[in-house]
Design a protein around this ligand. Structure first.
Ligand code: GLG
Length: 805
């Protein structure tokens, strides 16, 4: 859109006055933010309505991305950027003597997700709008987002995240689009005169699902898509009275996000949440479709529904229910439509994360859905037992072991199933979904994750963005593959030193931020070594900590080392005891190292509390090293690896998830790889001959480091050291930390050496930035659009995918 600085100033003052009846000089940052957000929203309203009208008019096939989590990050700057008015607005604010950053910092970050899965969903929203695809989100409007993390005495403490305290100016309540979701009770099937079945519900608990829509603004293209988040409320039937307690029960459904990304075993409230937003989404999609069509026959040509992990897998039986019970479509036709509409992404191989529900709970809460799952199960068995045998079908049918098995249901009811990086997609076929792959090989495919460089470079890393503009022009802002132009300057000494200078500037900024956050003065000349992700044993923050302890001992012995600053950000699920013990040890090690005058000139450690999208924007631009050190075969993809690469950080990694693709993109010389491969680890499993103790006994450095966990040398730790020590030695180190220790240290030593050659280092930075464009989510959603959702023509174009070259 077009907007001059002067226009903006007038409109902004006007908005502030109308809202607060006061001149801008008298307003707080929060009030200024509210005024600016509302003004921005008013710019979005028209293109939002127009986009919607155009989709309807042109009967565009629409994608609905169902996800129990979304992590959009702050929206003000990103909306201004995408509208094309960020520069004008910032200039206007400055002219008014206001600090844009202070206003932007007043925005709450909607933490409606745990980690990668939720962030990916939001990156896809931004990308779909930006490439002009008709893509809608469908999720939950949690009143409280992921807990706020604080450290007390080094222990993680969880505080409620009241993110809507000041309201959420980006949402629009659409009470005229509310639907009713039914739980419990019992169903009666009665043949009706017309020949079809009449389904009568008795004694159900009805919940009103009220949608709140959030605009998803495309980059410089006038497209504004919709993210629909549902809120649970008591219905307003005449004659029904709800007690306070009943209201409470209903409100609970959308009150909190489950703070665990891998295990919510058997929690009835979670099952309610899943059915709630899934059913609301399906009902509203069908209702909208039926407004302009008098039968459901063409539904699958207009609608694609994506199931993001298994949480919305009930979309399959729910669509069947609506098709059969409400629309009177027969089973076979309903199943044909459902298969064509549905597709499913798996995000993890961890067995504890594969959702199952006890049949009793499931049937009690969702009696009609259970009947339909039973029928899916019956027909599946009927169709495939003859060819594949009873034993195999028993393993993978939707119902088995007294459970409803969501990953199997999702695979059986979708026409496409994908993993999120090539290794992960292969392992899905080989292990977790192996039997289903035998039956439906054509459904399986890979779609490597992506990130949005708009947020991470254009907004998050302004110094780099400006340097790029100066050197290669601004085309990369539209098409990140244009970053490849940087290769032309690999021998341009001046540019290489500019790259280093930009990084140095970002590191000084990050050092200030760290001081504000944790009151530690860090040396901006140190190597900034970053590990930011959920705290999970398989991600092996612990290996990183053991490496720090080794460096500590070496410095204590008098070894000189290049200065290194280790930066952590990570939340642990509140119930994940081992992860929380690791946090405590990390904090204790940080204290020990930072307060030791012999050590701290060479080694510092900071653990920044309450990691999230906003914090990631502050950390990533200042990173030199990106730690991606999961046990090979365990990390489905990772996405912080892509973000850090795009900021020019060198990846220190195992051959896991998308690290493998990063390696293929940049070449062996521009990444540091170490550790066991997935095959080697599988070999240990098969033979059953991994003995962690051997590594401890063989390697004196490892020995010394592990002993520190139990010999009282790390002040402040209690039983945590012993528990971790036991996990590694008595319980045989499930994640192969000890096996990879030596090669991890060797890789770190190589990094230290490289960093001593600034020009050589800058070349690696350059190659990493240059090759990061292929990981733009714009390309990822286009691959989904062509190959899964069929909303784009199926002519492959140069999109930087891993299949080329
Ligand atoms: C996951 C995985 C990550 C993956 C992300 C997005 O653990 O490896 O990058 O989803 O696909 N459960 C997750 O958050």
């Amino acid at each position: 859109m077009a907007l001059t600085k002067e226009q903006f100033i007038t409109e902004f003052k006007d908005m502030a006055l109308r809202l607060y009846a006061a001149p801008i000089e008298d307003l707080s940052s929060q009030q200024l933010y509210q005024a600016l957000a509302l003004l921005t929203r008013s710019y979005i309203a028209k293109p939002w309505a127009d986009t919607k009208a155009r989709y309807d008019e042109e009967e565009t096939k629409q994608v609905f991305y169902f996800s129990i989590e979304f992590l959009p990050g702050r929206l003000l700057q990103s909306n201004l950027l995408n509208l094309g008015i960020l520069d004008e607005v910032e200039a206007g604010l400055k002219e008014l003597d206001l600090h844009p950053d202070k206003i932007f910092d007043a925005e709450a970050d909607p933490g409606l997700g745990n980690g990668g899965l939720g962030r990916l969903a939001s990156a896809f929203m931004d990308a779909m709008a930006s490439v002009g695809m008709a893509g809608n989100g469908n999720g939950i409007r949690y009143q409280y987002g992921l807990f706020k993390q604080a450290f007390v005495n080094g222990y993680q403490v969880e505080l409620p995240d009241d993110w809507m305290r000041n309201g959420f100016p980006w949402e629009t309540r659409k009470e005229n689009r509310a639907v009713t979701v039914k739980f419990g009770g019992w169903v009666e099937l009665r043949p009706s005169r017309g020949g079809h079945l009449r389904v009568i519900y008795h004694n159900t608990d009805d919940v009103l699902a009220v949608p709140y829509d959030v605009a998803m603004v495309g980059y410089h293209n006038g497209v504004v898509n919709n993210l629909r988040l549902w809120s649970a409320e008591a219905p307003i039937h005449a004659g029904t009275h709800f007690s306070l307690e009943q209201r409470e029960r209903i409100n609970q459904i959308t009150q909190i996000l489950y703070p665990d990304d891998s295990d919510n075993a058997g929690k009835e409230l979670r099952l309610r949440q899943e059915y709630f937003f899934t059913s609301a989404g399906i009902q509203s999609i069908v209702r909208h479709y039926r407004r302009t069509h008098n039968s459901m026959a063409g539904f699958a040509d207009r609608v694609a529904i994506h199931i993001n992990d298994t949480h919305p897998a009930m979309a399959i039986p729910e669509l069947m229910r609506v098709l059969m019970d409400d629309e009177h479509v027969g089973w076979d036709e309903a199943w044909r439509i459902t298969l064509k509409v549905m597709s499913y992404t798996n995000h993890t191989l961890l067995s504890e994360a594969l959702e199952v529900w006890p049949i009793d709970m499931f049937r009690g809460l969702l009696p009609r859905i259970y009947q339909i799952v039973q029928e899916i199960d019956r027909r599946f068995r009927l169709a495939f037992v003859p060819q594949f045998g009873q034993a195999m079908i028993d393993r993978i049918a939707p119902l088995g072991n007294g459970q409803v098995r969501m990953a199997y249901l999702a695979t059986i009811g979708s026409h496409a199933v994908n993993g999120v990086a090539p290794l992960h997609s292969e392992l899905l076929k080989k292990d977790v979904l192996h039997d289903l792959f035998q039956i439906f090989p054509e459904r399986f495919n890979n779609k490597t994750n992506g990130i949005t460089p708009r947020r991470w470079i254009q907004i998050g890393d302004r110094p780099l963005a400006h340097l790029l503009d100066k050197k290669i022009g601004t085309a990369w802002r539209q098409n990140p593959l244009a970053l490849r132009k940087l290769h032309d300057f690999i021998d341009d000494k001046r540019f290489l030193s500019d790259l280093n200078a930009t990084k140095a500037e970002n590191k000084r900024e990050l050092a200030k931020y760290i001081d504000q956050m944790v009151h530690v003065k860090v040396d901006p000349d140190a190597i900034f070594d970053v590990q930011i992700k959920r705290l999970h044993a398989y991600k092996r923050q612990l290996l990183h900590v053991l490496g720090i302890l080794d460096a500590y001992l070496a410095i204590k012995r008098g070894e000189k080392r290049p200065k290194r600053l280790h930066i952590f950000g990570a939340k642990a699920a509140p119930s994940y005891v081992y992860a929380k013990e690791i946090i405590k040890v990390m904090n204790a090690v940080a204290n020990m190292v930072n307060s030791d005058p012999e050590v701290s000139p060479y080694l510092q450690v900071v653990f920044l509390p309450n990691y999230g999208v906003t914090m990631a924007e502050k950390i990533i631009p200042g990173a030199d090293i990106s730690e991606q050190i999961s046990t090979a075969g365990k990390e489905a993809s990772g996405t912080s690896n892509m973000k850090l690469m795009s900021a020019g950080a060198l990846t220190l990694a195992t051959l896991d998830g998308a690290n493998i693709e990063i390696k293929n993109a940049v070449g062996d010389d521009n990444i540091e790889i170490f550790g066991l491969t997935e095959k080697e680890i599988a070999g240990y499993y098969q033979r059953g001959d991994y003995r962690s103790r051997d590594f401890y006994e063989k390697d004196p450095r490892l020995h010394a480091v592990l002993d520190m966990l139990v010999n009282g040398k790390i002040p402040g730790i209690e039983t945590e050291g012993r528990d971790i020590y036991n996990a590694l030695l008595m319980y045989n180190d499930e994640y192969f930390v000890l096996a990879d220790f030596e090669s991890y240290l060797a890789a770190n030593a190589r990094v230290d050496k490289l960093y001593q050659q600034p020009q050589l280092w800058a070349k690696k930075v350059l190659v990493n930035i240059a090759e990061s464009g292929r990981f733009s989510a714009d390309f990822t959603v286009q691959r989904y659009g062509r190959e899964i959702w069929h909303v784009l023509p199926q002519t492959p174009e140069d999109d930087g995918s891993d299949t080329e070259g």
